[in-house]
Design a protein around this ligand. Structure first.
Ligand code: A2P
Length: 273
C-alpha cells in the first residue's frame, strides 16, 4: 500500500457517521431580548416525527462542537427546520446562537427523538398541549401537522409566559394557520390557543397549574374537566412546571405514556442553555 493510500484509509476511519451536519441559516426573527426563532436547511436524509427534539449547535474555538437539545418547531413535512430559542446572556450556546444571521452555519444532530409524539398517546377525543416559555416549540410542530387533526376532534394548546410579549410567537403562528394551505381548513373550529400571563395583566392570568386546579381553564374553554375517557395531554415546560402539571393529570385519572407504551399523557422538559 502506498503512503497516500494509507493516509486516505486512516482519514476515512476517523469519519463519524453520527457527527452533526453543517446547515445554513435561512431566517432569524427576534421577539424579545429573551426569545427568537431561526430556520435552517434540512438535509434530505433527515427524518423526524412532529414533536421530537434534536441536538443543535455551533463549533467551538477548539473545533469541537457545542451542542444542546432543541425541540424542532417545524412540522415533519416541512422542507426547512425551525427552532424557537431562549437567549441566556451567559449560556454557552444561546449567547452565541442569538447572533446568527442568514447564511451562517449551525450544526444539526442526526438523531431526532422524544416522547411528545402522537404515537405515544392512545386515541382520544380532545388533545391538550400544555406549555410554558419555550416549551411551546414542540407544539409549534404538532399544530402544523395534519395528523394531529386526523387523530383528534379538538386540539387545545395552552401557552403561559411571564409577559404578553413572550406570547408573540405562539399567537402569530396559530393566527396564521388559517391561511396554511395544508392544515388551514383542518384547524378551523378544531384548534384553540389559550394564553395566560403570570406577571402582567392579560386576557387570562395565572399559572396553568392554578387554572387547571381551580377549573377556570375548563370554564373559560366551555369544556368538561379532564377525563381519561376522552382527554389526552402533552406537557412541555420547566422541570417544576412538568412535575406540577403531571400531578394534576394523575389526579384526574390519566396515566403517563411513552413510545414503547402509549397512554393518556406525555411529558418533556423544555430545553435551554
Ligand atoms: P411565574 O411567573 O409564576 O413563575 P420562566 O420564564 O421562568 O420559564 O416561566 C415561564 C412561565 O412558567 C411563567 O409564567 C411561570 O410563572 C410559569 N411557571 C413557573 N414554574 C411553574 C410551575 N411549577 N407550574 C406552572 N407554571 C410555572
Amino acid at each position: 500500500m502506498s503512503a497516500d493510500a494509507t493516509g486516505a484509509a486512516a482519514g476515512a476511519a476517523r469519519v463519524n457517521p453520527n457527527a452533526p451536519t453543517e446547515e445554513t441559516v435561512l431566517a432569524v426573527e427576534h421577539y424579545t431580548d429573551r426569545l427568537f426563532r431561526f430556520r435552517i436547511t434540512r438535509p434530505r436524509s433527515f427524518r423526524f416525527r412532529s414533536g421530537e427534539f434534536v441536538m443543535i449547535g455551533l463549533p467551538k474555538e477548539d473545533g469541537r462542537p457545542l451542542l444542546r437539545a432543541y425541540s424542532i418547531a417545524s412540522p415533519a413535512w416541512d422542507d426547512e427546520l425551525e427552532f424557537y430559542s431562549i437567549k441566556v446572556p451567559d449560556g454557552p450556546l444561546t449567547s452565541r446562537l442569538c447572533h446568527i444571521k442568514p447564511g451562517d452555519k449551525v450544526l444539526l444532530g442526526k438523531k431526532p427523538t422524544g416522547t411528545l409524539v402522537l404515537d405515544a398517546l392512545l386515541p382520544g377525543k380532545r388533545l391538550y398541549m400544555f406549555s410554558t416559555g419555550t416549551g411551546f416549540a414542540p407544539f409549534a410542530s404538532l399544530v402544523r401537522d395534519p395528523e394531529t387533526y386526523e387523530r383528534y376532534d379538538e386540539v387545545i394548546v395552552t401557552h403561559t409566559c411571564r409577559e404578553a410579549a413572550e406570547l408573540t410567537y405562539s399567537r402569530n403562528l396559530v393566527a396564521d394557520l388559517i391561511n396554511d394551505p395544508l392544515v388551514g381548513e383542518m384547524v378551523e373550529g378544531k384548534l384553540r390557543l389559550y394564553t395566560s400571563c403570570t406577571r402582567e395583566p392579560h386576557d387570562h392570568q395565572g399559572r396553568i397549574t392554578d387554572l387547571i386546579e381551580s377549573g377556570k381553564l375548563f370554564e373559560d374553554l366551555g369544556v368538561k374537566p379532564l377525563n381519561p375517557a376522552t382527554d389526552r395531554g402533552m406537557i412541555c415546560g420547566s422541570m417544576e412546571m412538568i412535575q406540577d402539571t403531571k400531578a394534576l393529570m394523575i389526579k384526574a385519572g390519566l396515566t403517563e405514556g411513552s413510545n414503547a407504551s402509549p397512554a393518556e399523557f406525555v411529558i418533556e422538559k423544555a430545553f435551554a442553555g
